[in-house]
Design a protein around this ligand. Sequence first.
Ligand SMILES: [Zn+2]
Length: 289
Amino acid sequence: MRETTPPVARYRGRFAPSPTGPLHLGSLTAALASYLDAQHHNGDWLLRLEDIDPPREVEGAATGILNCLAAHGLKSANDTIWQHNNWDQYRAVCLKLLNTGHAFYCQCPRRHQDELGRCVDDCKRRDLEAPGNNLRVTLPTKNLDFADRIYGLVPAPTHNFDNAILWRRDDLPAYLLAVVVDDIDSDINHIVRGDDLLHETHRQLALYQLLGKAAPKYAHIPVVLNAEGKKLSKQTGAQGLDNTQALWNLQRAAQHLGLDVSPHEAQNHPLALLEYALQHWRLPSARLQ
Ligand SMILES: [Zn+2]
C-alpha cells in the first residue's frame, strides 16, 4: 500500500496594526519581521486593520498606514481585512459561548474588579442580561504552556486568569475575541509580533482551546525601545515614519532585527534592501531578561 504523508499547511502570517496613529519604527520592525518570515517560508503575508475601538482611532491613520506600508515595499497577499466588517462573526462566537454556558454577563464595575481585572461578584450565577454589562468567558486553564520560536518554552502564569472580557460594556468587542476569531477565519498559522504580547498569548491559546481550534505558532520579536527603555509607541512619543525616507527606515528596522545592512545591496533601494534582508533572514534573538 502506498503511504501518504499529510499535506503541510501553507504558511499564513499577518501584520495587524491598529489605526490609532501613524506607523513608527517599532511597528515597521514588526511588519518587516512578519513579512520576511512569511516570504522566507514561501507563505502568504496578510494585512488586517484592527479598527475595533473607534474611541481610540485617529482620523486618517488607517489610510496613512496603508500608504506607509506600500511606500516601504511591503505588499500583502490579500485585500486588506477590516475588523469593523467582522462584527457578525464576533457576535456569533459570543452567542455560541453563551449558549454553551462558557460566557456570562458581569456587572462588576472596574473599581470592584480584582487586580487581575476579574469578576469578583460571582456574576455567572446571577443570570444577568446584556445592556451595560461586560460579557466574560470562562477560559480553560490547563495545557497553556507554549514553545515560542524565539523565547522557547513560555510557561503559563501561575495566577488564575480564568475569566476575560469578550465584549465590552460599551458595546465593543474586546481585542482578545477579535484577534483570535480573525486569525482563525484567515487560517493564520504563524504569528510574528512584538514581545510585549508574549504573556497575552496564554489567554489567546485558552480561547483557541475553548473554540476547538488549532493555535498558530508564535515568534515574539524584541520590541524597539526608546532612550528611556520604554516600548516605542505613540504613547511614548514615537515619531511617525517619513515615507520619503523608506530605505533609511527599513535599514533601521532590519538592523534592529539583527541584520547587517552595510553591504551595498542593502544601500540602494527599498526593494533591493527587502530582497537582501530576505536572503539573510533568520529570527532575531530573545531579549536578555
Ligand atoms: Zn462580575
